[in-house]
Structures are given as structure tokens and as C-alpha cells.
Design a protein around this ligand. Structure first.
Ligand SMILES: Nc1ncnc2c1ncn2[C@@H]1O[C@H](COP(=O)(O)OP(=O)(O)O)[C@@H](O)[C@H]1O
Ligand SMILES: [Mg+2]
Length: 300
């Protein structure tokens, strides 16, 4: 990852999870267990509320009365064995599927009936378990497509470089450059996405998601297929993203990675929430241990 002295690239907006004084407040002794623990007495502000959500695909109950709240400024891990419903949860949050029952609220607003692009505009961005980039477009262009959610130009005018796009392009390029630098692939800016290494593509997806200026970034198994060194770098990147004010929801199968970076963890199994708590609590939970028993760490 690039370590440079350049000015930070993200986010453009102030930290959604904290006031200036909260962000700069020294950690209290209680903060040891959780790097984002708020100062004593500070109310935790809900950012995303998953309220009794059930989602069925025919006979398959992918989510079964799932409840959890994500608070501003935290890194929440969403874990569970393969098929537990983690990706379905993201899909319900981002407007790809509507819950069969229950509701999801983001920044206090119900998401039911909202389209994907509306939810993106509300400040939620995600990456995909299976990388979804435009393979023939450069790294820069892939990020600019993300940034265009906040511009008047559509993806189409960006793709075909229509006039309104030209006016916004200079700003867009600078921002995209900063984002690529932030995720550590500034040197690959003009390379087409399909020529990037797997790890670079994962970073590019994160840069593209950040280009929408989210308050909540949802990462679906961002470290899948990474070696230990790459995982460690990703962990640092996730911390940096949070430190710049973006709340993070992290789906991850690698227990070690999750334990090292999250403030709290929600565990799903067969669509049901089976545990929730601090990483140390969840690691000791017998239901979690049983759920993971016999499942290779990197099975996805
Ligand atoms: N579009 C779909 N149609 C039918 N079943 C689905 C669909 N998406 C997910 N499922 C099912 O829902 C369950 C949860 O899947 P998923 O959310 O992908 O799990 P995870 O991400 O935790 O591995 C699985 O049984 C899966 O087969
Ligand atoms: Mg999944």
C-alpha cells in the first residue's frame, strides 16, 4: 500500500459517526476493548437498523427474523458459514431484494421500495463478493463511474464523454487519483481493470465504492483469495477508511481478519442471528464455535 504524505483522499464529508470533538477525543480507558468506543456517556447513534428482516427465496429462508443495529463510526463484522445469509443481507440493504417481512432503516429512513441508486445517493456503498468492475475500462474510469453517482452526468454520458461530463471531468480525475492513491494503486491509474492483479481489482472496487462518498461502506468478503500479507494490508486499509469517518460493515469469512479489525460482530447461521457482541465474546460463544467447526477458514 502506498504510504505517502499527500493529502487524504477520502472522505470528502465530515465523519458521520462523530462530532469533531468526539473524533479527536483521547481514548478512554474503556476504549481498550473497542477502538471506536465512544467517550463515556456519548449516545451511540444508529446508522443502519435491520429490523426483524425475513427474506425467502421460494422455500429457502435466506434471512430469518434478523435484527441488528450498526452505529455510526464503528466497524461491524457480519460473519457466518457459507450460505448463512450474509450476502443476502447486503442485497436486502442495497435494494437488490426487498425483505419478505420486516424493514431496514438507513439514517432513519425506511429503505423499502427504494431503488439501488437512491440508496447509493443516501450514502451507502458496497463491494461485491464476486468482483464487479468494467473490465475494459481503466482504473481511473472505473472510479469515475462511481463518482458520477454524485454528479449530474449519468454513467452513459461518462462512458461516452458527452459535453456535460467534460466540465466535471477535471474535478473527477483529481478525486479519482486521490482515491486510487488511498487504496494503494495510484500507479495503475491508466491500466484497464482486467489487467490488474486480483488484489488490485479488489482495491479498485473499494476506491469505486468510496467515490460515491458513502457514510456506510459494505464490504462483501474483500479479503477472499488474499494471502496473509495482503490480508494485513487490507486490514490497515479498512481501519484507515473508518478513521476518515466512514462506518464499515464487513462480511468476512476469515475469523482472524474479523477479530483483528471489527468493533462488534454479528453472526449468522442458516439465516438466523446466532450471536452478537465484542470479538472476544463472539470467539468464545459455543454456538459460533459449533457453526464454524469443520468449515475451512477460507471456504467462501
Ligand atoms: N437469488 C437467490 N435465489 C435463491 N436462493 C438464493 C438467492 N440468493 C441467495 N440464496 C440462498 O440464500 C441462502 C443464503 O445465501 P447467501 O446470502 O449468499 O449466503 P452467504 O453470503 O452467507 O454465503 C443460501 O441458501 C443461498 O442459496
Ligand atoms: Mg456471500
Amino acid at each position: 500500500m502506498a504510504e505517502t504524505g499527500r493529502k487524504p483522499a477520502v472522505p470528502a464529508q465530515p465523519a458521520p459517526g462523530a462530532t469533531e470533538s468526539e473524533r479527536t477525543a483521547p481514548a478512554s480507558p474503556d476504549a481498550a476493548a473497542s477502538p471506536t468506543a465512544q467517550p463515556a456517556g456519548a449516545a451511540r447513534e444508529p446508522l443502519l437498523e435491520v429490523d426483524n428482516v425475513t427474506l425467502r427465496f421460494g422455500g429457502v429462508v435466506a434471512l430469518d427474523q434478523v435484527n441488528f443495529t450498526l452505529y455510526k463510526g464503528e466497524i461491524l463484522g457480519l460473519i457466518g458459514p457459507n450460505g448463512a445469509g450474509k450476502t443476502t443481507c447486503f442485497n436486502a440493504m442495497t435494494g437488490i431484494y426487498q425483505p419478505t417481512e420486516g424493514e431496514i432503516r438507513f439514517r432513519g429512513s425506511r429503505l423499502s421500495g427504494k431503488k439501488r441508486h437512491q440508496i447509493t445517493k443516501m450514502g451507502m456503498a458496497r463491494t461485491f463478493q464476486n468482483i464487479r468492475l468494467f473490465p475494459e475500462m481503466t482504473a481511473l474510469e472505473n472510479v469515475q463511474v462511481g463518482a458520477d453517482t454524485h454528479h449530474k452526468t449519468s454513467v452513459i454520458s461518462a462512458l461516452f464523454r458527452l459535453p456535460r461530463h467534460w466540465r466535471e471531468e477535471r474535478d473527477g480525475r483529481e478525486k479519482a487519483e486521490q482515491l486510487l492513491e488511498f487504496v494503494g494503486i495510484r500507479d495503475r491509474i491508466d491500466e484497464v481493470a482486467r489487467n490488474l492483479s486480483y488484489g488490485e481489482q479488489r482495491r479498485l472496487e473499494i476506491a469505486r465504492a468510496l467515490a460515491t462518498e458513502p457514510v456506510l461502506l459494505c464490504l462483501d468478503e474483500p479479503a477472499a483469495g488474499f494471502n496473509p500479507a495482503e490480508k494485513e494490508e487490507l486490514l490497515q486499509l479498512i481501519r484507515q477508511i473508518r478513521d476518515r469517518g466512514v462506518t464499515v460493515l464487513l462480511i468476512e469469512h476469515d475469523m482472524r481478519l474479523v477479530m483483528g479489525v471489527t468493533d462488534r460482530i454479528v453472526v449468522l447461521e442458516f439465516g438466523k442471528k446466532i450471536a452478537e457482541g465484542l470479538p472476544a465474546e463472539v470467539r468464545e460463544d459455543h454456538r459460533v464455535i459449533a457453526a464454524y467447526l469443520g468449515v475451512p477458514e477460507d471456504a467462501a
